[in-house]
Design a protein. Structure first.
Length: 396
């Protein structure tokens, strides 16, 4: 006979995985149709790209608010509020009349989306403790990986046959479903009070930032996410310019790249028990560096055939998936009562840092292929350096 409690646990994991996927959902649904939105609104490509960066600015800064509220008021209430905000902003994006409204609503959408990932990670840390958090979050990634695979395909199809706006309506519908799921299956997991030997709320942020293990994993994650954000925000325009791909075609190619990330996420379930978590993260970092290095070499002074760039990008995506799957849990391991603060800071470093890298690179190098591949290589080297040169001992 099936265990009802176990089934409910699986349902909760599924719902938390979807709420944690609001960022890739918001990016991958929209990315294939960015050139279409540019033409429809009659604006420059940089203006549409800026909506992507504004989303990640909101997504990167809001965790400070959500993390503080999650630690003080409880996980469940904060999750329901954040999802509602994301849903309303998505509807607003669908109805937006111009670039100003779209930009503002994308910023608000990012604020709401951040609640999902912050609270979900804190809940898993509450339920599974320090030893099980990495495994639980990695398991959640097994569900999350399907969103960036299916998202670009559906987003490209909608842009080709309907409108780029419809993708935001789908985001709102998915958010509404998770809102119901969280209401039904997410119990309150916040500890009633901090243990006596733990610092008070006002010291949580300092305690997290003073922990070298958190810093090294958060920075490695940030630079890896920066490579993917830079690639995704420029890919559709470059593909249309050099390879004449339609929005639907862009969607399928982006889905293939995201599938490689998914393979990396799944592979850690086999690799981590054999190599250990840290060595598996290093393996992912080296694979990502190898992929971006090959891409830089073949794109530095020419535009190669479309088939030639597939292997290095997919290799880099494979390694990136391994890093993203494990670095989150490892960063949160040292923290118990301050899991909300740690999760908030992690998302802030990940999202605000990666969006700043991508924005400055696109602005400075005007989106040329050789310049973008150079920045991708630099970011990948920085991710490996963050893990290698920051000491791993927990702060005392």
């Amino acid at each position: 006979m099936a265990d009802p409690a176990k089934n409910q646990s699986y349902l909760l994991i599924f719902v938390l995985a979807i709420t944690s996927s609001f960022a890739p959902l918001s990016v991958d649904f929209f990315a294939p149709s960015m050139p279409s939105a540019t033409r429809d609104l009659g604006i420059a490509a940089e203006s549409i790209q800026s909506t992507l960066y504004l989303f990640f600015i909101g997504y990167g800064l809001a965790p400070f608010l959500w993390g503080l509220l999650a630690d003080r008021l409880g996980r469940r209430r904060v999750m329901l509020t954040g999802i509602s905000l994301y849903c309303l902003a998505s509807i607003g994006c669908y109805l937006s009349a111009g670039i100003f409204e779209l930009s503002l609503l994308r910023l608000i959408q990012g604020v709401g989306a951040a609640s999902g990932v912050v609270v979900a990670r804190a809940v898993l840390r509450d339920v599974h403790g320090p030893t099980g958090a990495t495994k639980a979050i990695s398991g959640m990634f097994l569900v999350m990986v399907w969103v960036p695979i299916l998202g670009p395909v559906l987003g490209g199809y909608l842009a080709t046959h309907f409108s780029w706006r419809v993708s935001f309506l789908i985001m709102a519908l998915i958010a509404s479903s998770t809102l119901i799921g969280c209401y039904l299956w997410q119990a309150e997991t916040r500890p009633e009070q901090a243990p006596q030997d733990q610092p008070s709320h006002r010291n949580n942020w300092h305690m997290v930032l003073a922990n070298p293990s958190f810093i090294r994993h958060a920075l490695a994650n940030m630079f890896c996410v920066g490579t993917m954000l830079l690639f995704i925000s420029n890919y559709s325009y470059l593909a249309e310019q050099h390879y004449q791909l339609s929005a639907s075609g862009n969607g399928y190619v982006l889905a293939a790249f995201n599938a490689a990330i998914s393979v990396g996420v799944y592979s850690v379930r086999w690799l981590a028990p054999r190599l250990g978590v840290e060595r598996t993260i290093y393996t992912g970092l080296w694979l990502a560096l190898a992929g971006w290095s090959i891409l830089w070499g073949i794109c530095f002074d020419s535009v190669p055939a479309a088939t030639i760039i597939l292997f290095p990008v997919m290799l880099a995506c494979l390694g990136t998936g391994m890093v993203l799957s494990l670095s989150v849990g490892q960063a949160l391991v040292p923290f118990a009562y301050a899991a909300g603060a740690a999760s908030a800071l992690f998302v802030c470093v990940q999202s605000a840092g990666s969006s700043l890298i991508s924005y400055l690179a696109t602005l400075s190098f005007q989106g040329t292929l050789s310049a973008i591949t150079t920045v991708l290589l630099i970011c990948s080297m920085s991710a490996l350096s963050s893990m290698k040169f920051i000491r791993n001992e927990a702060s005392t």
